[in-house]
Design a protein around this ligand. Structure first.
Ligand SMILES: NC(=O)c1ccc[n+]([C@@H]2O[C@H](COP(=O)([O-])OP(=O)(O)OC[C@H]3O[C@@H](n4cnc5c(N)ncnc54)[C@H](O)[C@@H]3O)[C@@H](O)[C@H]2O)c1
Length: 265
């Protein structure tokens, strides 16, 4: 499929599990992709493997001027910006392990998580929108999370930041539809990336028990949804959050326990 033929896209967090696979999918679909990440060496090596339609730029999404420069440089080099995928987030084991609950999380970590995971997405939207509007429109896809829709066992700042991403998405869609800019969010359940395996390998079976699919999702599943939302095939979808979680949120939380109980009686 070439649904993104001649489109120019920026993906943040493109050195990571979901971002790198999404970049590969966009290129497969005909796009030119600027892969950005705070980890330049890693994102450069990902881009090098993707061929001539990929290039890498270093970007800390929490740095507004740096984000503006990456967007301006992309438009300067490729003539336009059609797609922005706000995908980066603080996912390191150190951050996630200290992001506990309201009584336990250090205030500076709370502030940092909200700044990068939410304000950073706003920076991207703020500086992409004028270019998209000037070129007749564009598409923004924001990475939320199931943790932004329902409370989890920890990671309060992460969850609140992702809930904010959902609201940001609705506002951008509502306030910029007249400029032919669409904005949607993706809310994945657990996605088995290298980071996920490193941070929480034991969670794969604990959480996987609640999915209605034989396996938990992989980055390719998210990349496919990203490509659909970035393309004009989804032109009637705007301001929505699309959940992709193997059906985990389709049923009551007690269902698996109840099914186990019913097998016994
Ligand atoms: N993997 C999952 O289970 C899962 C589930 C729901 C949502 N998500 C979301 O998907 C997105 C991608 O996650 P992933 O699983 O690929 O994680 P990952 O750790 O593999 O990738 C995250 C990337 O973001 C980069 N990054 C971190 N801070 C940054 C900053 N300030 N500026 C720019 N880049 C920065 C990292 O260097 C890394 O390459 C994140 O927004 C995450 O919250 C992931």
């Amino acid at each position: 499929m070439q649904r993104l033929k001649d489109k120019v896209a920026i993906i943040t967090g493109a050195a990571g599990g979901i971002g790198s696979v999404t970049a590969a999918r966009f290129i497969e679909e005909g796009a030119t992709v600027v892969l950005t990440d705070i980890d330049l060496d890693h994102v450069q090596s990902v881009a090098d493997k993707l061929g001539p339609n990929a290039c890498a730029m270093v970007l800390d999404i929490g740095d507004e001027q740096a984000f503006k420069k990456v967007i301006d440089d992309t438009v300067g080099r490729f003539g336009k910006l059609d797609i922005l995928c706000n995908n980066a987030a603080l996912t390191s084991p150190e951050t996630l392990h200290s992001d506990t609950d309201i009584t336990g999380i250090p205030t500076d970590l709370w502030t940092k998580v909200l700044h990068v995971n939410l304000t950073g997405y706003m920076f991207g939207c703020r500086h992409a929108i004028p270019h998209m509007a000037a070129n007749g429109g564009g598409t923004i896809v924001n990475m939320a999370s199931g943790g932004g829709q329902l409370a989890d066992a920890s990671r309060v700042a992460y969850g609140v930041s992702k809930a904010g991403v959902i609201s940001l998405t609705q506002y951008v869609a509502t306030l910029h539809a007249h400029q032919k800019i669409r904005c949607n969010a993706i809310a994945p359940g657990p996605v088995i990336t290298p980071t996920f395996r490193k941070v929480a390998p034991e969670l794969i079976s604990i959480i996987g028990r609640h999915a209605l699919t034989p396996e938990l999702g992989e980055p390719e599943d998210i990349a496919a949804l990203m490509a659909f939302l970035a393309s004009s095939e989804s032109k009637y979808i705007n301001g929505q959050v699309v959940t992709i979680d193997g059906g985990m949120s389709a049923h009551h939380s007690h269902v698996m326990d109840l099914q186990d109980h019913m097998k016994k009686v």
